[in-house]
Design a protein around this ligand. Structure first.
Ligand SMILES: CS(=O)(=O)c1ccc(C(=O)Nc2cccc(-c3cn4ccnc4c(Nc4ccc(C(=O)N5CCOCC5)cc4)n3)c2)cc1
Length: 284
């Protein structure tokens, strides 16, 4: 059941006063990134708290979906999920105010810090933090649907959190088929999502396996030699990403388990987390 808010009164009841931020209390800094539907700008709240301000691009995205993301962030808080501070819902376009992650998206961070790939302990810890956040998603009955390095964020001291809840949805009780033909990240999606839009925590697990590959390959795009259609075709015939040079074989084993064709043959985030934690200290 979607947490759809259809109009202002419902909206303001969804976010009681303490979650509502007055725009006049915000100061705006540099643009951090901008996507098709929204911009993200650094800022300050009451001139003392560093924040990231997500602004919906006027009329290209319906506000309800945007608000739904904020409601999910509000209801599901965890140390490894980007924290919601509040929303601005009056005074024009809606803003989502979150904690500012000082080092930006994980994909760019890994690309800009290639030396990290040689530091197995640091990359392993990043992988553990993300699987911790995703285990919470899994246990909450939430599906992220767009897990990738580009949707994770890096704070200070290599703290990593899962962000980009925009496509997150609840686990469907029935056969969930999202609007077919909707735009998904092909190279991060398992076969059952591409062919039947059948999302589940097991499709998030597949994406997490791809994310592990991104981490250990220094932020390369998966299936570098293939276009999206070619990758689709090869994967459906059983082809899988090779082990990145610096990736420990035990981690690669987890990637391959995450890419089992049959969703129920893939591990849970709880199992992945325990397996990764057992590797800390060098047993990989
Ligand atoms: C210049 S680059 O390397 O090509 C590069 C390109 C893109 C990005 C990026 O993070 N994009 C993006 C897109 C949507 C939302 C978000 C995004 C969403 N957020 C939610 C909470 N916090 C953030 C946040 N924080 C950022 C983003 C960028 C920087 C920054 O300016 N950096 C440059 C210097 O090195 C540290 C990072 C610092 C904090 N960025 C971010 C970061 C670096």
């Amino acid at each position: 059941p979607a947490l759809l808010v259809s109009n202002q009164p419902v909206l303001s009841s969804a976010f009681d006063y303490k979650w509502q931020i007055d725009k006049s209390e915000l100061s705006f800094g540099k643009e951090l990134g901008s996507g098709e539907f929204k911009r993200v700008v650094a800022g300050q709240w009451r001139n003392k708290v560093d924040v990231a301000i997500k602004m919906i691009k006027e009329d290209v995205m319906n506000e309800d979906d945007f608000i739904e993301e904020a409601i999910l962030m509000l209801k599901f808080q965890h140390d490894n999920l980007v924290k919601l501070y509040g929303v601005c819902i009056r005074q024009g376009p809606v803003y989502i105010i979150t904690e500012l992650m000082a080092n930006g998206c994980l994909l760019q961070y890994i690309r800009n810090n290639q030396h990290l790939v040689k530091k197995t302990g640091i990359i392993l810890d990043m992988a553990i933090q993300i699987s911790d956040g995703m285990k919470f998603f899994e246990q909450s009955g939430l599906i992220h649907r767009d897990l990738a390095a580009r949707n994770c964020l890096v704070g200070d001291r290599n703290i990593v959190k899962v962000g980009g809840f925009s496509l997150a949805r609840f686990v469907p009780d029935d056969e969930y088929t999202a609007s077919v033909g909707a735009k998904y990240a092909v190279k991060w999606s398992p076969p059952e999502v591409i062919t039947h839009a059948r999302f589940s925590s097991k499709s998030d697990i597949w994406s997490y396996g791809i994310l592990l590959w991104e981490l250990w390959s220094g932020g390369k795009t998966p299936y570098p030699a293939f276009t999206n259609p070619q990758a689709l075709d090869e994967v459906s015939k059983g082809y899988r990403l090779e082990k990145p040079k610096l990736c420990p074989s035990k981690v690669y084993d987890l990637m391959k388990r995450s890419w089992q064709k049959n969703p129920s043959d893939r591990p849970s985030f709880a199992v992945l987390l325990d397996s990764l934690k057992a590797m800390v200290g060098g047993d990989y």
